[in-house]
Design a binder for this molecule. Structure first.
Ligand code: GTP
Ligand code: MG
Length: 688
């Protein structure tokens, strides 16, 4: 039977249970944007299939995304499938844009993790998987690119089991391989789904040559599910099998609890496997009703996904669009009407929502209201920042804002024409408002303006965006990494007496501090305790001491870098009846800890990255030599797919500037590499 599946995009259902807010997550180039593009085509949202390499996809609409062939900004699109409304966010895979993924995950209820069938689980897939795990976002897996030479579903499933989740459950069996991959056996319904060259799907019986393997795998699936799910187990024990309905229900439960990961497969590029992926997303991933109610940041208030409750929304993205400033919102409770006044809880500012838009990447459709569970964009709010809560002014609530990654790379940026200096500053500030992982500052020593971000590419894209958007040419300095300072060995019983008597009220504070490194792997970067007894230092002053210590940690003795991993204990102190004050204690702590750090043994820390280099086997020696010259520690060398070797190494970020070009040169363009942040490690002490 040949079926052309193009559902009209007008299919809507009013029920929140029929909404799916999904993210597409993966390593660079796994095919997220292509999967998204095919979903939009199949759901009738678009009428042609765009390609990443032609720069014609819906979600990679930024000119830089089109030129570079990668996703940079998370893009939201809405579509309809089988009576469900699907709000989809296509996220970037490159590690420099991980903050976009983080902000998206904050507002998603489920995700599709895409894997390359040749490469299996790649480093950044692992990172985004853990990110999703931290947010409690349930996932299904889509093993893409089954048409590629060397594609292997079983190997990809094994790598998921080894690196991500102990229970991947493949619910499909590919029909044909590589060039001749034409369809899948749906193991839940024991039927074949095959695709014609034009992308139309056909249902049919399981091909005779696959009947045996399909039955075997179905059995294995039933056993695995029965092991995890009581109702499936009951049916399995009573009848010796588990029916399709029970399997589906059990897989849904196991997906939502995170006990198992459903794995599907296909080739987005060749238009194969997308319909069952959509069906699985609808069947297994949660609706806004299936996720826990939203709680305020301080945990004192709770809102259910109910359109009748007071409006509760989170601004997860702010973008400048030709139509004006767009604030992207996830509604957690209540109904938002066009023209409404909302409260930005953190700032206390009221904002008017002039228009509400359903988003299709860079195109929008107006709507007059949005309800709990929806993802929409609004025009009107002028000052709302990323991470702000917008709510009913009569029922204020503050949601937890997404946490932004700390920038690790800094460049000096100067306008090429002196007359552009102010314009450049304004443009950079606007950019940092849209992307909180970018920071603009002024170097106190040189007076130069600096831009900090998560990597070289991040900064390059930012500067290029300013050039394209406002025509301002900038001169960019050499990238520098953000260093930190840490203790090697601290001091005990360090005495600091702060006494100032220069007319008027004096200042007096006497402190005794123990200063030690925090144990490795400690969560916090600073710990403070007081063991002072007998009220020798009143409680308010103890708090002032803690604040003063934090002040001191902003600039370490080695080079004014932030100090991390410090535990301070206030062991004793004394006050003066007239001259002691909170200010005196705060100042004393700041100066005292600064001195104590100078008296301690300290070292510099630099950011390091976990690097995975995939190179042709014959170039392995050169690449290893080069990594060593870059102070890299090679941790693993494994055979990769198709006559390649895969090297895992820990390399200081500072040594990775320009590595892309170098690797291309040394491998005649055949080597690729990916990085991900791996924290900080001791840096060599500068000579002198
Ligand atoms: N052979 C093959 N190539 C594919 C398939 N899906 C995507 N590609 C190609 O892989 C490349 C990367 O695809 P994208 O969709 O941009 O991947 P992405 O995951 O969105 O990449 P980033 O957003 O940059 O992380 C493009 O050249 C696609 O045409 C597939 O199923 N088979
Ligand atoms: Mg993409």
């Amino acid at each position: 039977m040949r079926t052309h599946t193009t559902t009209a995009s007008t299919t809507t259902t009013s029920s929140i249970a029929a909404v799916r807010n999904l993210g597409i997550l993966a390593h660079v180039d796994a095919g997220k944007t292509t999967v998204t593009e095919r979903i939009l085509y199949l759901t009738g949202t678009t009428h042609k299939r765009g390609e990443v390499h032609d720069g014609t996809t819906v979600t990679d609409f930024d000119p830089q995304e089109r030129d570079r062939g990668i996703t940079i900004f998370a893009a939201a699109v809405s579509c309809a499938w089988a009576g469900h409304r699907i709000n989809l966010i296509d996220t970037p895979g490159h590690v420099d844009f991980a903050d976009e993924v983080e902000r998206s995950l904050r507002v998603l209820d489920g995700a599709v993790a895409v894997f390359d069938a040749v490469a299996g689980v790649e480093p950044q897939s692992e990172s985004v998987w853990r990110q999703a795990e931290r947010h409690g976002v349930p996932r299904i897996a889509f093993v893409n690119k089954l048409d590629r030479a060397g594609a292997d579903l079983d190997a990809a499933v094994d790598s998921i089991r080894e690196r991500l989740h102990p229970r991947p459950l493949a619910v499909q069996l590919p029909i044909g391989a590589e060039e001749s991959f034409t369809g899948v056996v749906d193991l839940v319904h024991l039927r074949a789904l095959t695709w014609y060259e034009d992308g139309a799907m056909a249902h049919g019986p399981v091909p005779a040559h696959l009947e045996g393997p399909a039955a075997e795998r179905r059995r294995a699936l039933e056993e695995a599910v029965a092991e995890l799910h009581p109702r499936a187990l009951e049916e399995f024990c009573a009848h010796g099998t588990v029916g399709a309905a029970t399997l589906t229900a059990a897989l849904r439960d196991l997906t939502r609890t995170g006990e198992a990961v459903v794995v599907l497969c296909g080739s987005a590029y060749r238009n194969r496997g997308i319909e069952p992926l959509l069906d699985a997303a609808v069947a297994y991933l949660p609706s806004p009703l299936d996720v826990p109610p939203t709680r305020s940041a301080d945990r004192t208030q709770q809102r259910d996904p109910d359109p009748e409750q007071p409006l509760t929304a989170l601004a997860f993205k702010v973008t400048a669009a030709p139509t004006g400033r767009l604030t992207h919102l996830r509604l957690y409770a209540g109904t938002l009407h066009k023209g409404a006044t909302v409260l930005d809880t953190a700032t206390g500012r009221r904002e008017r929502v002039a228009r509400i838009l359903t988003v299709l990447a860079d195109r929008h459709t107006e709507t007059d209201h949005a309800r709990a569970g929806d993802i929409v964009a609004v025009v009107g709010p002028k000052h709302t920042r990323v991470g702000a809560t917008l709510c009913d002014p009569d029922h204020p609530i503050l949601l937890e804002a997404p946490v932004s990654a700390e920038p690790v790379v800094t460049v000096a940026v100067e306008a090429r024409r002196a007359t552009d200096t102010d314009k450049l500053a304004a443009a950079l500030a606007r950019l940092a408002e849209e992307d909180p992982s970018l920071r603009v500052a002024t170097d106190p020593e040189t007076g130069q303006r600096t831009l900090s971000g998560l990597g070289e590419l991040h900064l390059e894209v930012a500067v290029e965006k300013v050039r394209r958007d406002s025509g301002i040419e900038a001169v960019v300095g050499r990238p520098r990494v953000a260093l930190r300072e840490a203790l090697v060995e601290g001091v005990t019983g360090f005495v600091h007496r702060h006494a100032k008597q220069d007319g008027g009220a004096g200042q007096f504070a006497h402190l005794v501090l123990d200063v030690h490194p925090l144990p490795d792997g400690a969560e916090a970067e600073f710990a403070f305790a007081s063991t002072v007894t007998g009220g020798r230092v009143p409680r308010e002053y103890v708090q002032a001491v803690e604040a003063g210590c934090r002040d001191a940690l902003a600039e370490g003795p080695l080079g004014g870098h932030p100090v991390t991993g410090v535990a301070v204990t206030l062991t004793d102190g004394a006050t003066h009846p007239k001259d002691s004050s909170e200010l005196a204690f705060r100042t004393a702590a700041r100066l005292g800890l600064r001195e104590a750090l100078r008296a301690s043994r300290m070292h510099l820390l630099e950011p390091v990255a976990e690097v995975t280099v995939t190179v042709p086997e014959d170039a392995l020696g050169t690449v290893l030599g080069d990594l060593a010259a870059r102070r890299g520690h090679v941790r693993s060398t494994d055979p990769g797919p198709v006559a390649t070797a895969r090297v895992g190494a820990l390399v200081p970020l500072a040594e990775l500037f320009g590595y892309a070009g170098r690797l291309r040169g040394r491998t005649q363009g055949r080597g690729t590499f990916t990085t991900r942040p791996a924290g900080y490690a001791p840096a060599p002490t500068p000579a002198g």
